[in-house]
Design a protein around this ligand. Structure first.
Ligand code: ATP
Length: 216
C-alpha cells in the first residue's frame, strides 16, 4: 500500500466521498465494487474514479471490480480516520451556530471542540455541548492542540481574526466561510467556501446550460 505517494488535490478532495460510500458498502457485507457502481453512487464519472483509484495502487480487475476492504484500509490511513481532528469555530452567529448544531463527527472524524466570539452575551454559553469562549482566549486552541478553525465571523473582521489565529492560536488550517479573501503565510492552508458565489455559479450554469447535468 503506497500511502506515501503524492495524490493530486482534486483526487484527495474526493476521498471522503469515496470513503463514506465504501464504509456503507462494507457494513452491508459487500466485498467488491465496480467503478460503474461507485460512479452511480457518488456521482463522479467512472473514468475519473479509475484514475483516482490508480493513485491508491488499487487497480480494479475487469469483471471483478475493487476490493472494498483494501480501499477502506487505504482511505483510513490516508484520511487519518483513526484519529479525531479537533476543530474550533470562530464567530457564533447564525451560520456558526448551525455548524455547531450539526457538528461533523457523523461524516468524518473531525469534531468542533470549542467556539469563540466577541459578543459577551454569547460567551460562557454552550451550543450542542460546545463551549463558547471570548476571542481574547484564542490561546486555548494552542493549549488544547486545536489547529484547525472554521471561520464564520463577518467579512469585515475576517483578516484581523485570521491574524490573531496565526499569532495567538498557532493555527494550521482555516475553512473560510466569509466572502473575504485572506492573506496568510504559506505554511497556513486556507480553504475558501463562499456560499453566495457557489449559489450564483449554480444558477448561472442552470441558465446557460439548462439541459446538462454534471458536477464541478
Ligand atoms: P447574529 O444575528 O447572531 O449576529 P449573524 O450570522 O448575522 O448572526 P454576523 O454579523 O455575521 O452575525 O457575525 C457572526 C458572529 O461573529 C457573531 O456572533 C458576532 O458576534 C461574531 N463576531 C463579530 N466580530 C467578531 C470578532 N472580531 N471576533 C470574534 N467574533 C466576532
Amino acid at each position: 500500500m503506497e500511502s506515501e505517494q503524492k495524490i493530486p488535490h482534486a483526487t484527495a478532495k474526493r476521498l471522503p466521498l469515496y470513503y463514506r460510500f465504501l464504509q456503507n458498502l462494507y457494513s452491508s457485507g459487500k466485498l467488491r465494487v465496480s467503478s460503474a457502481e461507485l460512479s452511480e453512487a457518488v456521482k463522479v464519472d467512472s473514468a475519473t474514479i479509475r484514475r483516482d483509484f490508480s493513485y491508491f495502487g488499487a487497480l480494479g480487475k475487469k469483471g471483478y471490480g475493487y476490493n472494498v476492504e483494501y480501499l477502506l484500509r487505504f482511505f483510513r490511513e490516508t484520511l487519518d480516520q483513526g484519529e479525531v481532528t479537533r476543530v474550533s469555530l470562530i464567530g457564533v452567529g447564525n451560520l456558526g451556530t448551525a455548524f455547531l448544531n450539526y457538528n461533523f463527527i457523523k461524516n468524518n472524524n473531525t469534531k468542533i471542540e470549542m467556539a469563540f466570539d466577541s459578543n459577551t452575551e454569547k460567551i460562557g454559553t454552550e451550543i450542542s455541548g460546545v463551549p463558547v469562549y471570548h476571542i481574547d482566549e484564542l490561546s486555548r486552541m494552542r493549549e488544547n492542540d486545536v489547529s484547525v478553525a472554521i471561520l464564520t465571523v463577518p467579512a469585515t473582521v475576517a483578516q484581523t481574526v485570521t491574524d490573531r489565529l496565526i499569532e495567538e492560536a498557532g493555527i494550521r488550517g482555516i475553512l473560510n466561510f466569509t466572502p473575504a479573501r485572506l492573506n496568510t503565510p504559506p505554511h497556513i492552508r486556507v480553504h475558501h467556501i463562499d456560499l453566495s458565489v457557489e449559489l450564483q455559479a449554480l444558477v448561472y450554469f442552470l441558465k446557460t446550460y439548462p439541459m446538462e447535468g454534471g458536477d464541478s
